[in-house]
Write a protein that binds this ligand. Sequence first.
Ligand code: AMP
Ligand code: ZN
Length: 138
Amino acid sequence: MSQDECIFCKMVADSIPTAKVYEDDVVLAFLDIGPLSDGHTLLIPKQHYTRIGDCPEDVLAAFCARLGKVARAVVAAVGAEGYNILGNNGRSAGQLVEHVHFHIIPRRTGDGIFTNWPAYRYPQGRIEALAAKIRENL
Ligand code: AMP
Ligand code: ZN
Protein backbone atom coordinates (compact mmCIF):
# COMPACT_ATOMS: atom_id res chain seq x y z
CA MET A 1 0.00 0.00 0.00
CA SER A 2 1.53 3.33 -1.01
CA GLN A 3 1.32 6.32 1.27
CA ASP A 4 -0.95 8.06 -1.28
CA GLU A 5 -3.55 5.29 -0.94
CA CYS A 6 -3.29 4.97 2.85
CA ILE A 7 -6.57 5.79 4.60
CA PHE A 8 -4.83 6.77 7.85
CA CYS A 9 -2.50 9.16 5.98
CA LYS A 10 -5.65 10.73 4.48
CA MET A 11 -6.95 11.25 8.02
CA VAL A 12 -3.68 12.90 9.03
CA ALA A 13 -4.03 15.17 5.98
CA ASP A 14 -7.64 15.99 6.95
CA SER A 15 -8.88 14.80 3.55
CA ILE A 16 -11.51 12.36 4.92
CA PRO A 17 -13.93 12.71 7.86
CA THR A 18 -12.40 11.51 11.13
CA ALA A 19 -13.82 11.42 14.69
CA LYS A 20 -10.61 12.79 16.21
CA VAL A 21 -10.05 12.53 19.95
CA TYR A 22 -6.43 13.69 20.24
CA GLU A 23 -3.84 15.23 17.96
CA ASP A 24 -0.38 16.71 18.36
CA ASP A 25 2.70 17.04 16.16
CA VAL A 26 3.55 13.29 16.34
CA VAL A 27 0.28 11.33 16.74
CA LEU A 28 -3.41 11.27 15.91
CA ALA A 29 -6.08 9.35 17.85
CA PHE A 30 -9.59 8.79 16.50
CA LEU A 31 -12.59 6.51 16.98
CA ASP A 32 -12.56 3.24 15.04
CA ILE A 33 -15.54 3.02 12.66
CA GLY A 34 -15.84 -0.72 13.37
CA PRO A 35 -15.65 -0.76 17.18
CA LEU A 36 -15.42 -3.83 19.42
CA SER A 37 -16.83 -1.66 22.22
CA ASP A 38 -17.98 1.96 22.60
CA GLY A 39 -14.96 4.26 22.62
CA HIS A 40 -12.68 1.83 20.68
CA THR A 41 -9.93 4.20 19.60
CA LEU A 42 -6.98 3.99 17.24
CA LEU A 43 -3.69 5.77 17.93
CA ILE A 44 -1.35 6.31 14.98
CA PRO A 45 1.94 8.11 14.38
CA LYS A 46 1.41 10.85 11.78
CA GLN A 47 4.34 9.53 9.75
CA HIS A 48 3.59 6.45 7.66
CA TYR A 49 5.26 3.21 8.79
CA THR A 50 3.77 -0.24 8.21
CA ARG A 51 4.78 -2.10 11.38
CA ILE A 52 6.00 -1.31 14.88
CA GLY A 53 9.40 -2.74 13.93
CA ASP A 54 9.70 -0.28 11.01
CA CYS A 55 9.39 2.82 13.21
CA PRO A 56 12.57 4.68 14.16
CA GLU A 57 13.06 4.59 17.93
CA ASP A 58 12.34 8.30 18.44
CA VAL A 59 9.02 8.05 16.59
CA LEU A 60 8.12 4.88 18.48
CA ALA A 61 9.03 6.41 21.83
CA ALA A 62 6.89 9.48 21.19
CA PHE A 63 4.04 7.33 19.82
CA CYS A 64 4.03 5.00 22.85
CA ALA A 65 4.36 7.94 25.24
CA ARG A 66 0.87 9.12 24.22
CA LEU A 67 -0.82 5.77 24.84
CA GLY A 68 -1.45 6.25 28.56
CA LYS A 69 -2.94 9.71 28.21
CA VAL A 70 -5.36 8.70 25.44
CA ALA A 71 -6.28 5.39 27.14
CA ARG A 72 -7.14 7.20 30.41
CA ALA A 73 -9.40 9.62 28.55
CA VAL A 74 -11.17 6.83 26.63
CA VAL A 75 -11.77 4.80 29.79
CA ALA A 76 -13.08 7.84 31.68
CA ALA A 77 -15.39 8.82 28.81
CA VAL A 78 -17.12 5.44 28.54
CA GLY A 79 -16.80 4.30 32.17
CA ALA A 80 -14.87 1.14 31.26
CA GLU A 81 -13.31 -1.16 33.87
CA GLY A 82 -10.20 -1.87 31.82
CA TYR A 83 -8.82 -1.84 28.30
CA ASN A 84 -6.73 -3.82 25.84
CA ILE A 85 -3.92 -2.24 23.86
CA LEU A 86 -3.65 -4.25 20.66
CA GLY A 87 -1.28 -3.91 17.73
CA ASN A 88 -1.85 -6.04 14.64
CA ASN A 89 1.34 -6.23 12.57
CA GLY A 90 1.13 -8.03 9.24
CA ARG A 91 -1.74 -9.74 7.43
CA SER A 92 -1.31 -12.98 9.38
CA ALA A 93 -1.81 -10.99 12.59
CA GLY A 94 -5.00 -9.37 11.31
CA GLN A 95 -3.57 -6.05 10.10
CA LEU A 96 -5.86 -4.61 7.45
CA VAL A 97 -4.60 -1.03 7.38
CA GLU A 98 -0.87 -0.97 6.69
CA HIS A 99 -0.15 2.17 8.70
CA VAL A 100 1.09 1.24 12.17
CA HIS A 101 -1.52 1.70 14.90
CA PHE A 102 -2.56 0.65 18.37
CA HIS A 103 -6.15 -0.25 19.19
CA ILE A 104 -7.37 0.97 22.59
CA ILE A 105 -10.35 -1.25 23.37
CA PRO A 106 -12.45 -0.43 26.46
CA ARG A 107 -13.39 -3.55 28.44
CA ARG A 108 -16.00 -4.64 30.96
CA THR A 109 -16.22 -7.91 32.87
CA GLY A 110 -18.17 -10.45 30.83
CA ASP A 111 -18.25 -8.35 27.65
CA GLY A 112 -17.37 -11.41 25.55
CA ILE A 113 -14.47 -9.79 23.65
CA PHE A 114 -11.38 -12.00 23.10
CA THR A 115 -12.87 -15.06 24.78
CA ASN A 116 -10.54 -17.35 22.83
CA TRP A 117 -6.87 -17.13 23.99
CA PRO A 118 -5.32 -20.40 22.78
CA ALA A 119 -2.36 -20.61 25.20
CA TYR A 120 -0.27 -23.80 25.39
CA ARG A 121 2.89 -25.11 27.14
CA TYR A 122 6.33 -25.44 25.49
CA PRO A 123 7.86 -28.91 25.40
CA GLN A 124 11.04 -29.39 27.50
CA GLY A 125 14.00 -27.26 26.33
CA ARG A 126 12.07 -25.27 23.74
CA ILE A 127 11.63 -22.09 25.78
CA GLU A 128 15.40 -21.72 26.42
CA ALA A 129 16.23 -22.43 22.74
CA LEU A 130 13.71 -19.87 21.50
CA ALA A 131 14.90 -17.19 23.94
CA ALA A 132 18.51 -17.75 22.78
CA LYS A 133 17.49 -17.52 19.12
CA ILE A 134 15.63 -14.27 19.68
CA ARG A 135 18.64 -12.80 21.54
CA GLU A 136 20.84 -13.72 18.52
CA ASN A 137 18.53 -11.72 16.29
CA LEU A 138 18.55 -8.50 18.33
P1 AMP B 1 -6.31 -3.58 11.77
O1 AMP B 1 -7.06 -4.81 11.45
O2 AMP B 1 -5.52 -3.64 13.04
O3 AMP B 1 -5.49 -3.08 10.58
O4 AMP B 1 -7.42 -2.48 12.07
C1 AMP B 1 -7.75 -1.42 11.23
C2 AMP B 1 -8.91 -0.72 11.87
O5 AMP B 1 -9.14 0.47 11.15
C3 AMP B 1 -10.23 -1.53 11.86
O6 AMP B 1 -10.65 -1.78 13.19
C4 AMP B 1 -11.17 -0.60 11.08
O7 AMP B 1 -12.49 -0.61 11.62
C5 AMP B 1 -10.51 0.74 11.23
N1 AMP B 1 -10.83 1.69 10.17
C6 AMP B 1 -10.73 1.46 8.83
N2 AMP B 1 -11.11 2.56 8.17
C7 AMP B 1 -11.45 3.50 9.09
C8 AMP B 1 -11.93 4.83 9.02
N3 AMP B 1 -12.16 5.44 7.86
N4 AMP B 1 -12.17 5.48 10.19
C9 AMP B 1 -11.96 4.88 11.38
N5 AMP B 1 -11.50 3.62 11.49
C10 AMP B 1 -11.26 2.93 10.37
ZN1 ZN C 1 -0.30 5.91 6.13
